[in-house]
Design a protein around this ligand. Sequence first.
Ligand SMILES: Nc1ncnc2c1ncn2[C@@H]1O[C@H](COP(=O)(O)OP(=O)(O)OP(=O)(O)O)[C@@H](O)[C@H]1O
Ligand SMILES: [K+]
Ligand SMILES: [Mg+2]
Length: 675
Amino acid sequence: MAEQKSLINRTIVKQAVKDAFVKLDPRVMFYNPVMFVVEIGLFATVLLMLVPGSLGEMVDTWFNISVAIILLLTILFANFAEAVAEGRGKAQSDALKQTKQDIMANRIKENGDIEQVSSTSLQKGNIVIVSQGEMIPGDGEVIEGLASVDESAITGESAPVIKESGGDFSSVTGGTRVVSDKIKLTITSNPGQSFLDQMISLVEGAQRQKTPNEIALTTVLTSLTLIFLIVIMTLPMFTSLFDFAIGIPILIALLVCLIPTTIGGLLSAIGIAGMDRVTRFNVLAMSGKAVEAAGDINTMALDKTGTITYGNRLAAEFVPAGGADQKELTEIAIVTSLYDETPEGRSVLDLAKEQGYTWEGSQYEGADIISFSAEERMSGVDHSGFRYRKGSVDAISAYVEKCDGVVPNDLKEKNENIAREGGTPLAVSIDNKILGIIHLKDTVKPGMKERFDEMRKMGIKTIMCTGDNPLTADSIAKEAGVDDYIAEAKPEDKINEAKKEQEQGKLVAMTGDGTNDAPALAQADVGLAMNSGTIAAKEAGNMVDLDSNPTKLIEVISIGKQLLITRGALTTFSIANDVAKYFAIIPAMFMVAIPEMDALNIMRLDSPVSAILSALIYNAIVIPLLIPIAMKGVKYKPFSANTLLRKNLFVYGMGGLITPFIGIKVIDLILQLFI
Ligand SMILES: Nc1ncnc2c1ncn2[C@@H]1O[C@H](COP(=O)(O)OP(=O)(O)OP(=O)(O)O)[C@@H](O)[C@H]1O
Ligand SMILES: [K+]
Ligand SMILES: [Mg+2]
């Protein structure tokens, strides 16, 4: 699905033409009030065509038929726009459905035996084993082992990614393939509710609901339509004062010209196309509302490890402190990591092994395991009365002091040296004695600075929220170029940061990958979870980036802004158009009855009939002409919102005022050749 298909292709157009007719069903049209009024107008003119005189006085049959045809086309054009936008999603979903074939799964029974079952019968909580070359039968969380997984079926990225238990890289997606090694996983979704199922219904638009902005705009458009309806209905009373009558088809044509059909016809296409653009960037947005919110984001909070950095914080060095020697420190560090399932913990063992250390794991069997938690920032074991710990220097210092120990004098300096380089220092202790520090290194992903500069230009403040210490945070913040940071952040600090900004009336985006990011991802207006991250993070957010690239939010924000601008621009254009049409046709219409009106007939249209038909035809064809803009969106460049608004008001407002005069005049000239 990463492959970029052309905007509109022949299959989509063919299907859309069919759908345009299917959508004529009044039960469907009802949800688009502006176009529904046009459809009622169509029914009335058809009735007049079949039973002339049924709605009062007789009218010119040819004029009546022309109006009916143009009205039908107007509705079909609008339906076509929506169908084209939907069609692009359907094409994607077909590709996804192919991925979602029935796979055989190796399920582990309670007695430990392995049974072969169909992937469709897997339930939440089942445990399966997937080996090299096999497809992963469902969404799950790795509970044992490490494997490289080819996720190209959903991400389009061909390089395999490492999935392992513990840590923030533990979630796998059904339909992807294990390319090396073997993993055991717990299934995390019931049949029909998998990530792939969700993706399919998303791109198909099955879940599409109108966003709050769309509902608000629809209400405005409906009110406008009502106002014009009243104006048009009172028109006959007014004209009777001048002793001339206007036929029903003329009134209908007038009404359709004046109500905001352009934006009414394109509104839903704009929304669908916006969602579709997001999907094309490999981001799954669970709601259109989230995409719209992205367009107005003021603040972006980011997790550090795994988001700004690659997220493999690996042990690089053991640095003794307080008179301890290297060997002593390393041996205790090993014990603290024997049962630590996080990538950090495993990297400690790897480094020790590299340095020639060997150990007998069985020696510590039955130890009490203290698993790492973001809350405590510590991990380790209790064994034979000894308490082995490693963790953030802060947490370990506090822990040791609580046990009446003292923090060595040289710890601070060594800690600062590592932190200033952007490394993460982990203090190692046994009981109340600190032996030194493990230096964990991570790398900032390339290109961050430029991307954050871009955000600044968009007027967005970036805040890094990390569980790491302030010095490390400061160093990474400088390297990555974020505006601000909060360090030693616990999960509740991350969520509070989001709340704090929201209380100031700001819209907040958050990106993260860890379980500790989940609360903040849920709180934020836009929560972009990394696909590489944990299930909890993915469920909490309202968007998932399949490529696990946090700066993707820039694209999402651009698309969101583009969506809002496109809708604004076409609304401006549509309403300006209607105003202009008013001045084009009213004088022409009254010309016959009130010769003085001739002075106002600046367009010198041929006749009242041709004036009205020209306006109506213009009104219809402007819809398909604007489909490309609705689909592609108005170009967005990082300007301030005010500059953009002014520019757009000018371009689309003035454009909307001027084009009808030209368009209607041209059509009028052409019509003269025929009538
Ligand atoms: N396996 C571990 N054992 C002990 N302490 C750890 C371990 N992993 C991390 N820590 C310590 O806990 C702190 C918080 O880690 P955590 O992964 O929760 O950070 P975070 O809040 O996700 O922030 P970020 O991901 O931005 O660094 C780390 O800075 C480190 O000092
Ligand atoms: K109109
Ligand atoms: Mg994290």
